[in-house]
Structures are given as C-alpha cells and as structure tokens.
Design a protein around this ligand. Sequence first.
Ligand code: HEM
Length: 417
Amino acid sequence: MPTPSAPATPSAAQIAASFDLAHLPPAFYADPYPYYRALREHAPVKQLPDGACFLTRYDDILPVYRDPKAFSSDKKQEFGPKYGATPLFAHHTTSLVFNDPPLHTRVRRSILGALSQRHIAAMEPGLIALVDHLLEQLAERGTADLIDDFAAAIPVEVIGNLLRVPHAERGPLRAWSLAILGALEPVLTPERAAAGNAAVLEMLAYLKTLVDARRAHPGDAATDVLTRLIEGDDTGERLTETELLHQCIFLLNAGHETTTNLIGNALFALTEWPEERATLVARTGDDAYVRSAVEEFLRFESSNQLGNRITTRAVDVGGQVLPPDTRITLCIGAANRDPAQFPDPDRLDLAREPNRHLAFGFGIHACAGMNLARLEGRVALSRFLARFPDYALAAAPTRGGRARFRGFLHLPARVVG
Ligand code: HEM
C-alpha cells in the first residue's frame, strides 16, 4: 500500500499562476510577501480571472503613478457594478482620491494649504501631550492592547483636531472609518456592504451638522481645513454641498486606519527584530534616526498595500500592451519589497538609505497627509520606546484580515516602565 504523502508545497510559479485577488488563501493575510515575490518573479503583470491586472514590480508601478492621463483614478466605471446605486458608490466616486482633475485639483489645493510643514509643526506639542497622556494610562494598567489603547487613539484625535470635530463627538469616527474603508476590500461581502453603507449615511448626517455650524462660525481659513473647503479655492469655485461632505468623510477616514497601522505594525515588527529594536531604543532622542526608522516601517509593512487605476487608452505596462479600460491594481506592498529597488528587502533595516518607498503612493495623488502621518509615527514610536523599552507581547496578536489595509485589530502587550 502506498503511504499517503503530505501535499506538495506549491512552487513560486504555481503560486503566481493561481493567484486571484478575489480568492485569497488564509495564509495570504498572515504573510502576503511570498505571494508578492512569486508574482514579481513569474507574473509581474498578472492578468486576474476578472480581467483586471495586478502589478508587483516597483519599476512597473512607478510609471503608472507618474502618468495620471493614461492611468485614471476615476472609479465610476469600476464601482458601478461593485456598489450599485448606494451611499458607498456616491462616497467613493466623489472623494478626491478617486477622481481626476479638475475636481481632484480643486479639492487637493484646499486640503494641502492646511497641511503645510508649518501647520504640521504647530501640531507637534499637542501631539506630544496626547501621546504622553496615553502612555501614562498604559503605565497604570501594566497590560494593554497596543491598538485600542494606543495606536488607534492617536489618529482619531489628530484628524478630529484637523477638522475641529468637538471632542465629545469623536466616539463613532473610528468605527465609521473602518466600515467605509472595509468596503474597499477586493471582495465586497453583503456584511461589509451593509456596514459601509450605514456608516456613510451616519457620517453624512453628522457632518452636515458640523458643516452648518462652521458656516455659521467660520474658522481661520489659513489653518482650518473645513473652512478652506467651504470657502473654495482662489478661483472662487466652490464645492457643492455633497462634494464637500464626501471630502470630509474621506479626510476623516484617510488618516485613520493607515496611521493606526503604521504605529501598530511598527510595534509588532520590533518584537520580531530585536537588534533593530535595541538600536532604536538607544536612539529615541536621535531625530534623524527616528525619521529613518519611520520610513523603514512604512516600507516594510505598508499600511496601505493596494492602489488602483484604470487605463484611458492602450498603454504599455511592463512590456505588455493593455487595452483601454483595463483595471489595474498597484501592489504597493510588493513594490516596497522589490529587490531590484531595495537590497535585502525582507530585512527590517531602520537605517536603510536610500529608501524611496511607495507607501504614500506617488505623483498627483500622493498622500496629502504624509507629513502628518510621519509626525504621528515619530512622536508615537519614539516616546513609547523611551517609556517602555522592555514591552513584550502578552498574547497572540489578531490581524485585521484585510488585503488592502494591513494591520492588527489587537496587539496585547505587557508595558512596564
Ligand atoms: C501611514 C499613514 C498613511 C498612509 C500609508 C497613507 C497612504 C496613502 C496613499 C497610498 C495614497 C494615494 C492613493 C492613490 O494614489 O490612489 C493616499 C492618499 C491620500 N491620503 Fe494618505 N496615507 C496615510 C495617512 C494620511 C493622513 C494622516 C491623511 C490626512 C490628514 C491622509 C490623507 C490623504 C489624502 C487627502 C489623500 C488623497 C490625495 C489625492 O488624491 O490627491 N493620509 N494616502
């Protein structure tokens, strides 16, 4: 009788051949990097069964970001079948990130003005006070969830401050944000659709009251994003009420889970890389080193792993001509581990130089909040490590289980200091 043998481990070529974003195996969510490696090596311009195209090489992705005319961000065509005529469709097709110029240009200008380096630097003292307050609470507890009790508690306040959402009204923001962004996953389950649609409606109703109050009592248009969006740009052109509300929803969401995951992913990665951790703990007061470390965390475990575009004409991508209307997924997580760009890419190297990662995208849609996210990352991580150099995981962490936004739902830890 032949003895039953264990199923053979699939080769990289087989992994690449069978890869389908709509049917990801459970192992992918724990560690997507072997899949990305297989694709980069064997099918860098991967045709998915649904006709879309999945890119994994840095040198194929960067030109897509560079050419917004050939690669549109407008999602109306793609999201029509996905969402139907729903609040999620209205939201995602109105926000600046999923639009091309001219709407994109107008909205971006208004937002960027309030996120200049000077304005962000002015946020630092408040951020330090917030982080130190959270650390104090952690110290009193001894054990804590580094997501709920720390990483997620920071962006909700920062973004709340940016739009001047009153403190007492910030409670539901995180759950709304998780629900709306969760509906961007490659597969939209009925539960995700229902939660996302409900969150858009609740958020619209809430923001209407916030906008009405700000119209009645405008803030300083130099620093207040909402007042800037209400007043419109230098050309005098104003957003419609619907456009305005959807940009606010997007802003509240964009800086939320992404920044939470930057901090959470970094704290987890350090538990797996003790030598890098020891160096960072020893250099928390070295601003240049901490900045370099944050860039490496962004590269190593990019919190936003996937981006999307659609071709507007026939165009060459990685040596293949894609017809017009081809949907493309840009795999940021794979580009940021591409050995052709990053030597020894699976190693966490906090002093990595150069580090031209794509965690914030690139080009006209590059993250408008990147310097704010960097500041949050620097302050949160350096002060946490200075206070709790010996923190340790207290139980197995729970991953978020998402392909697009990579992070943890829970990170239980012992914090003594
Ligand atoms: C670690 C944290 C963050 C990451 C990894 C991240 C990542 C990204 C990426 C990859 C894009 C480009 C999307 C595309 O090209 O399709 C983007 C766009 C954007 N992000 Fe972030 N983001 C982060 C934090 C923030 C924060 C804190 C804010 C707001 C205060 C913000 C606001 C925006 C906005 C407004 C856009 C749209 C820009 C445009 O379309 O012109 N992000 N972000």
